[in-house]
Design a protein around this ligand. Structure first.
Ligand code: SF4
Ligand code: SF4
Length: 336
């Protein structure tokens, strides 16, 4: 049974949070995998412009300091997005990382300037950088997710480490529609779509599903919430793809995984809208097993996640991840 280490922030501690986090990593023996001269990447999400829910850079700085103490080299990384925004091209992504406080360590886009630099592993288009490193630390914000129910480590690995072509393949079956009754014709989606898939037809808009990549960006910027996906149909396919990609990313790799159950928002850090949290802060969990880790986090906020998207079964990603050898769903909690 996999061990999941838990720093419960609902408890009172005499030490400060960074000392407790260090104790958590010590207890998990997280740094045992880092050897002298290793090249170590920290995979994270720096948050879209306007989002403030992403993992606080102060925690990430601590991880870089601990890795450097092992006399290893470390940098931060993420891939470019399918949707338009400040992260869809490497130079803009790097600039935003600095603006969001990730300025203490190099930040490198994993899939090249345009998101097309990848290596094919078991049919999955994985950003090349992940095949060039010795060790991987995956830092994830655990929260709700509009097409997977929740997003945690499996999502961060599967979707987050895929090059654009891989993201496209995973999203290909989910396409949005515009509700004419609620659309206020502000045309923001039309200006926003990188793929020119939003078309003006007389007095209304339509989405051309042949051009649409299913990136979901238009939905996140629509002020009237008039754009909807049929997630129940697409969700299982996306979750399966994410699990398959996660398996390809960590193949033959030594990695450690950390989830933050803090700022538990209904949507992922790609959203720049301000939304009420779906659950109070709980804490920080980590493990060498990404599936056990996500299962443990899901169990802690199951009610909030299930109420958020009753039409989605988020256990699909957990069961496929187990099937594809990413990890085990059975776990045991070790609290500090
Ligand atoms: S962004 Fe939303 S409200 Fe504005 S035109 Fe597009 S669908 Fe309509
Ligand atoms: S129409 Fe399709 S491709 Fe364009 S922003 Fe929306 S989901 Fe993305």
């Amino acid at each position: 049974m996999a061990k999941v280490y838990f720093l419960d922030l609902r408890k009172h501690f005499k030490k400060n949070i960074f000392e407790n986090l260090k104790t958590l990593l010590d207890k998990a023996r997280a740094l045992d995998i880092i050897k002298k001269n290793n090249l170590c990447a920290i995979k994270l999400h720096i948050g879209e412009e306007g989002n403030v829910n992403f993992v606080d850079p102060q925690y990430v700085r601590l991880f870089t300091q601990l890795i450097k103490k092992q006399k290893a080299d470390v940098f931060l990384t993420d891939t470019t997005t399918l949707y338009a925004g400040r992260r869809h091209r490497a130079d803009l992504h790097i600039e935003l990382a600095r603006e969001h406080g990730f300025d203490f360590c190099p930040f490198i886009a994993a899939d090249g300037l345009y998101g097309d630099d990848y290596v094919e592993i078991d049919g999955c288009k994985i950003a090349r950088l992940f095949t060039q490193i010795d060790r991987l630390f995956v830092v994830s914000h655990f929260k709700g997710h509009l097409n997977c129910g929740f997003g945690g480590t499996i999502k961060n690995l599967g979707m987050g480490c895929a090059a654009k072509g891989g993201k496209l393949a995973m999203h290909s079956r989910s396409k949005p529609v515009i509700n004419r009754d609620t659309c206020v014709m502000c045309l923001k989606c039309l200006d926003y779509c990188l793929y020119n898939a939003v078309k003006k037809k007389n007095d209304h808009l339509e989405i051309d599903h042949k051009l649409c990549t299913g990136c979901g960006g238009c939905m996140s910027i629509c002020p009237a919430r008039a754009i909807r996906f049929s997630w129940d149909a697409a969700s299982a396919d996306i979750q399966k793809g994410v699990a398959q990609y996660a398996s390809a990313v960590i193949k033959d790799k030594k990695a450690f995984y950390i989830n933050f159950l803090i700022n538990i928002s209904p949507n992922c850090d790609c959203f720049h809208t301000n939304e009420p949290m779906i659950a109070p802060d709980i804490g920080i969990l980590c493990s060498f097993d990404p599936v056990a880790l996500d299962q443990a986090c899901y169990d802690l906020i199951k009610e909030a996640i299930d109420n958020l998207h009753p039409e989605i079964d988020p256990r699909v990603q957990l069961s496929y991840a187990e099937k594809f050898g990413v990890g085990k769903r059975n776990y045991e909690i070790a609290s500090i």
